[in-house]
Design a protein around this ligand. Structure first.
Ligand SMILES: Nc1ncnc2c1ncn2[C@@H]1O[C@H](COP(=O)(O)OP(=O)(O)OP(=O)(O)O)[C@@H](O)[C@H]1O
Ligand SMILES: Nc1ncnc2c1ncn2[C@@H]1O[C@H](COP(=O)(O)OP(=O)(O)OP(=O)(O)O)[C@@H](O)[C@H]1O
Ligand SMILES: [Mg+2]
Ligand SMILES: [Mg+2]
Lengths: 225, 225
């Protein structure tokens, strides 16, 4: 469902190039649960942003459901992302002027879901993401870090995407709330959602069936340190 | 050096009040290393923001170095914060238009440090916070999550503050980089800096000499769950 061939991402073309990802070859099947690990700065978010069609590779081919993303213009890229991918960002990226519930509804508005159904589903998803109902009307700056993270999780599930990308989904959560989130993600995977999770937390790799390690932009085989 | 007496913080006065902190009594001595733990939403950042003089209690008395902050106007609060406190924010709060190095220099500009000395010290602090020199000229959106966190750490140390507050300082770091940061903070504490660290990570409590637990806005004594 996701295939990378010789994918390279270079930031700052020119004098001080940064090879954030170098000749990555990765194949992910539908229904896989993949964890991506590596030190801070090793290229994890860069890899996830490419798979999430939020950015384009500098070189190489990336296919989602068999479609080569380099053949798509911006509208095509947005469409493939909206129809296939849910994204839980490392910094949440919630819209500051909207409440938690409104943030979760945004993807549903793009998918043209009727109002009443949107209202109901957004509250269900917030509950599923372990956020108490009383916080649904809070704006992001009226929520704790871990509460914002849970809103970001609920929002990523808005359109029940076939592929769910999570960048450090438990970074701001205490261990019990973190375990509830990992249980939720595991259940989604058991139900058929393809799951790709970036994490620093080794405990999370126990939930997954494959681990990809990055080191300085390179996908490690067994010879990495 | 920090004393809270019956400190309460209520958000949303009126119908849907939120008691984020309720009758907190805490005493921290100079040179202490205190960790604050508790579930997501339990009031940790609220407590740290009050100690950091970024916000005022709704009720109760908070003293920094013996000075009662409720006697201060906004300028007074800013002055006591600038002279005494370094703050590592949970969401980093870096200035997006400035480079990593410029972000670290900002507190030094307010302290009227000469240009050459500021330039040199900001680079030293970034190295101390385990960020490679090549990233000093990156803006926050050109840095990874954990790299931004290290810039936030270096910035908090700009004026060598007697009190250092850290809200989840290792949340976005891999375990090795996280350990380097905890070693740095421990060394600062051994050198006399009072350290107050909010964390979800039990391993960090091993570095500290006191742990405060929060549950739903209450400071726990031994009867908390
Ligand atoms: N400006 C605000 N307006 C309304 N409620 C707020 C505001 N800021 C925080 N809260 C609420 O106060 C409670 C405590 O928030 P706080 O940020 O202190 O929690 P925390 O312990 O730091 O959580 P986390 O571990 O998730 O960061 C939360 O329930 C939050 O929703
Ligand atoms: N827009 C950009 N311009 C320049 N360099 C960038 C940009 N975005 C990222 N980088 C660099 O690319 C490298 C990889 O960044 P990335 O965010 O993928 O790391 P990461 O593995 O997610 O790290 P972390 O665990 O700290 O979140 C970093 O060294 C970073 O400084
Ligand atoms: Mg990242
Ligand atoms: Mg917090």
């Amino acid at each position: 469902i996701v295939e990378l061939r010789d994918v390279t991402k270079i930031y700052r073309p020119g004098a001080n190039q940064i090879h954030a990802l170098n000749m990555a070859n990765i194949s992910i099947d539908q229904g896989d649960f993949v964890t991506i690990m590596g030190s801070s700065g090793s290229g994890k978010s860069t890899l996830l942003n490419l798979i999430g069609c939020l950015d384009r590779p500098t070189h190489g081919t990336l296919r989602i459901n068999g479609i080569d993303t380099s053949t798509l213009n911006d509208d095509g890229l947005t469409a493939i992302r909206r129809d296939n991918i849910g994204f839980i960002f490392q910094q949440f990226n919630l819209i500051p002027t909207l409440t938690a519930q409104e943030n979760v509804e945004i993807p549903m508005i793009f998918a043209r879901m009727p109002l009443a159904e949107r209202h109901e589903r957004s509250l269900e998803l917030l509950t599923l993401a372990d956020l108490e109902a009383e916080f649904a009307d809070h704006k992001p700056n009226e929520l704790s870090g871990g509460q914002q993270q849970r809103v970001a999780i609920a929002r990523a599930l808005a359109n029940d995407p076939p592929i769910l990308l999570a960048d450090e989904p438990t970074g701001n959560l205490d261990s019990r709330t973190g375990q509830n989130i990992m249980k939720l993600l595991s259940e989604l995977n058991t139900g058929g959602t393809t799951l790709i999770v970036v994490t620093h937390d080794k405990k999370i790799t126990e939930y997954s069936n494959t681990t990809i390690r990055l080191q300085d932009g390179e996908v490690c085989d067994e010879y990495c340190e």
